[in-house]
Design a protein around this ligand. Structure first.
Ligand code: TPP
Ligand code: SF4
Length: 286
């Protein structure tokens, strides 16, 4: 069949390619289950990169293991699919060596708060300038539905068929108590709202902690479902003037489904700046 030549269409196609967020998508087809919330997270991520006009060669996307761990494969940038629970230390090390890069760390709730839970306090107290996305579906997705650190109390899972006996962690309160300088919660079903939160996280000079509520449509048919999340999620509007850790802590205690920025400390120095102050004139990446 003869191909129709159209300079108009070529020009439009070029404009779409140059301006649209699809350039941040890799050619690999996502392997996530149809309907998984992670598609919404990836969508928000691509749009945030586009709005921030990040250059692909300056983005580093670091993940641990899990369905969430596959995310860098679907991003057209540099990336590292590292060990279970280790996205934060790898991302921190990279940022220390290459301050010029925009470094993201991704992790599931099992990855971030279970096996990798020991890394969170240290990146927060050091205030290393990376953006951390916690894909929180309250379950281990990749390994078929075991209880995680955020699984609701008494929920029946493949590891606890009689009901989860453990109290879930509250990720926002955890990040606040570890002294994170930017703490927010987004929702996979609201990619536009999540895009704005990711953008704010990247712009923040220091460690940005973003919990994202998202369903595992395959291994949780009852608790954290699209229908329930849609019903429960609402925006929290913490006024900038009341932007202190205590207010955020109190808000986070009961607002388990509130989305928005809970806390942001714009004054605090991030790790590189602290090193520069302590050692003026010296190389600052060690
Ligand atoms: C050291 C180690 N322990 C256990 C596992 C098995 N494992 C792989 S992914 C995973 C949990 C995944 O759950 P989560 O982090 O919540 O991510 P999701 O799959 O839901 O995105 C586990 C236990 C592993 N790969 N490595
Ligand atoms: S198992 Fe769950 S978290 Fe993993 S891709 Fe499927 S729906 Fe998503």
């Amino acid at each position: 069949m003869e191909q129709i030549k159209s300079p108009y269409l070529d020009e439009k196609l070029l404009a779409v390619k140059q301006n649209d967020f699809l350039k941040y998508r890799s050619r690999d087809q996502p392997t996530w289950c149809p309907g998984c919330g992670y598609f919404g997270i990836a969508d928000a991520f691509y749009k945030a990169c586009r709005n921030l006009e990040l250059k692909q060669e300056n983005i580093a996307a670091i993940s641990g293991i899990g369905c969430s761990g596959r995310t860098p494969i679907f991003i057209n940038s540099y990336g590292f699919h590292t060990l279970h629970g280790r996205s934060i230390p790898v991302a921190s090390g990279l940022k220390l060596a290459r301050e010029d890069l925009t470094v993201f760390a991704f992790a599931g709730d099992g990855d971030a708060l279970g096996i990798g839970g020991g890394h969170l306090p240290h990146v927060a107290r050091k205030n290393i300038d990376i953006t951390f996305l916690l894909f929180d579906n309250s379950i281990y997705g990749l390994t078929k539905g075991q209880s995680s650190s955020t699984t609701p109390y008494q929920m029946k899972t493949s590891s606890h068929p009689g009901g989860n006996p453990d109290k879930p962690l509250n990720p926002i309160r955890l990040a606040l108590s570890y002294d994170a300088s930017f703490v927010a919660r987004g929702y996979a079903g609201d990619p536009d709202g999540l895009t704005k939160i990711i953008e704010a996280g990247v712009k923040h000079r220091g460690f940005s902690f973003i919990q994202i509520l998202t369903p595992c449509v395959t291994f949780d048919k009852e608790n954290t479902t699209w229908a329930k999340l849609k019903e429960k999620v609402y925006p929290v509007d913490l006024h900038e003037k009341e932007n202190n850790r205590e207010t955020a802590m109190a808000a986070a205690e009961h607002a388990h489904f509130g989305t928005g920025i809970f806390f942001r400390d714009k004054e605090r120095l991030h790790y590189h700046d602290v090193l520069r102050r302590l050692n003026p004139g010296k190389a600052h990446h060690v």
